[in-house]
Design a binder for this molecule. Structure first.
Ligand code: 5GP
Ligand code: MG
Ligand code: MG
Length: 177
């Protein structure tokens, strides 16, 4: 029987280094602004936590639940969003944090939904960007790595809810055993 095997695409040490660089850039840009990070769950869990540890500016944190993949699929369906547990965003400078920008549907829709809550500004940061697949009018203001059109797991990203715990970004390949 074939089962998928994760092979490392971006090692943990490189991820940590890049997350630190991004956090330093964001710390400079938000030095005089009231920052709220909004992590898009569940994929951004590790990125959000590591990013927070490296930020040198005070900030609040909220989470949004959003899912476009349900079950054993690697192509997106309709987006489900839960904004029920957010801190107050009115007048706050919001940075949306997501694991990966693919078609851009998720971040484009989330930006519209967050705008309604009257933040002072909205920017976006994603660890990964599959630039060649982005069809919606959205670009990450900050991103860690541009990657090819491959389905990746690890460092928070899942396939059917598995593999989120891996410290590296991995590609799933089929094994023969
Ligand atoms: P978009 O809405 O930009 O097409 O897709 C964004 C969401 O799709 C991401 O937040 C992520 O949850 C999921 N996604 C897109 N590409 C991948 C991938 O290669 N691996 C995994 N695990 N999720 C992905
Ligand atoms: Mg996601
Ligand atoms: Mg997912």
């Amino acid at each position: 029987m074939k089962s998928p095997v994760p092979s490392i695409m971006i090692p943990a040490a490189e991820i940590q280094q890049r997350v630190q660089e991004l956090a330093e850039l964001v710390s400079q840009e938000y030095a005089d602004r009231n920052l709220t990070l909004l992590g898009v769950m569940t994929g951004s869990l590790m990125f959000l936590a590591d990013f927070m540890r490296h930020l040198n500016v005070p900030h609040q944190v909220g989470i949004i639940q959003a899912s476009s993949y349900v079950g054993q699929v690697t192509t997106p369906g309709n987006l489900k969003v839960n904004l029920d547990f957010l801190p107050c965003l009115a007048g706050r400078h919001v940075l949306l944090i997501d694991d990966i920008l693919d078609t851009g549907q998720t971040l484009a829709q989330l930006q519209e939904k967050v705008k309604v809550l009257q933040p002072a500004s909205i920017q976006t940061a994603t660890l990964l960007w599959k630039k060649s697949r982005t069809t919606h009018a959205v670009e990450p203001d900050y991103f860690g790595f541009e990657i090819e059109d491959r389905f990746v797991v690890g460092y928070g990203l899942d396939y059917n809810d598995d593999y989120r715990h891996l410290p590296d970004i991995c590609e799933l390949t089929e094994s023969l055993s």
